[in-house]
Design a protein around this ligand. Structure first.
Ligand code: PGA
Length: 252
């Protein structure tokens, strides 16, 4: 199975000029990779201009969020159909920074359905806020998955990617330890299998996210045995992200 690296640019960079430069550098490296698919998720206003329709094979585009509604009077929102019509292929749903502003599992479930209904891939973020000694974080993640996947039919579950992002490791100094990442990736696959069956779960891609950079990416991929990475800050670094992509290609 090919690995996948998704760059979540968040609310960066400040200008379209910078965005073009980051995308061009990323695309140049991505076009040389054989074992890794690369996706960039820029802020909404930059998406259309960054899609080069001739060469979407090397750098796919994703969005960082989506409305749960199809169309209508929803000021400020962007629908899955609009994203699809631009050539977007992936949509991040349920990121912890959106959950911070009040996104609930029920609302995230609707957003996932709107993504899957138009045939795009939903990159669903799950992760605990804190780690306790008794393993309550496992129940927390199980509940996040069960509630956000409620109502997804098995055939559509094939278009889900799960990004495990422990909230305490996002925007932090260090990533989670790779041994723990391995344990959590297995746990996510198990819950997915309980929900959709073993056959679908075997093909599920589980990503890790939270303070990933070119230095720790290799170990996270090999020891953590994940299918890819969701990269925040480092994904808008002109030198850091190309280095990270090369490392992942080497170890894959
Ligand atoms: P970070 O963010 O890599 O900057 O920690 C990861 C994310 O929020 O997806």
């Amino acid at each position: 199975m090919k690995k996948i690296i998704i760059g979540n640019w968040k609310m960066n960079p400040a200008t379209y000029e910078e965005a073009k430069e980051i995308a061009a550098k990323t695309r140049a490296v991505a076009s040389k990779l054989k074992k890794v698919d690369v996706v960039a998720c820029p802020p909404f206003p930059f998406i259309d201009a960054l899609i080069t329709r001739e060469d979407n094979s090397s750098l796919a585009l994703g969005a960082q969020s989506v409305s749960e509604f199809e169309s209508g009077s929803h000021t400020g929102q962007v629908s899955a159909k609009m994203l699809k019509s631009l050539g977007v292929e992936y949509v991040i749903v349920g990121h912890s920074e959106e959950r911070e502003y009040g996104d609930t599992n029920a609302r995230i479930a609707k957003r996932i359905q709107s993504v899957l209904d138009v045939g795009l891939t939903a990159v669903v973020c799950v992760g605990e806020k804190v780690r306790d000694e008794h393993g309550a974080y496992m129940d927390f993640i199980r509940t996040q998955m069960k509630e956000t996947f409620a109502g997804v039919p098995i055939d559509k579950a094939r278009k889900i990617i799960v990004a495990y992002e422990p909230v305490w490791a996002i925007g932090a100094k260090e990533a989670m330890k790779s041994e723990q990442i391995y344990e959590m990736a297995l746990f996510v696959k198990k819950v997915f299998s309980d929900t959709f069956g073993a056959e679908v779960a075997l093909k599920l891609k589980v990503l890790y996210g939270g303070s990933v950079n070119a230095k720790n990416a290799g170990e996270i991929m090999t020891v953590g045995k994940v299918d890819g990475l969701l990269v925040g800050r480092e994904s808008v670094s002109i030198t850091g992200f190309p280095d990270l992509l090369k490392v992942v290609e080497e170890v894959s």
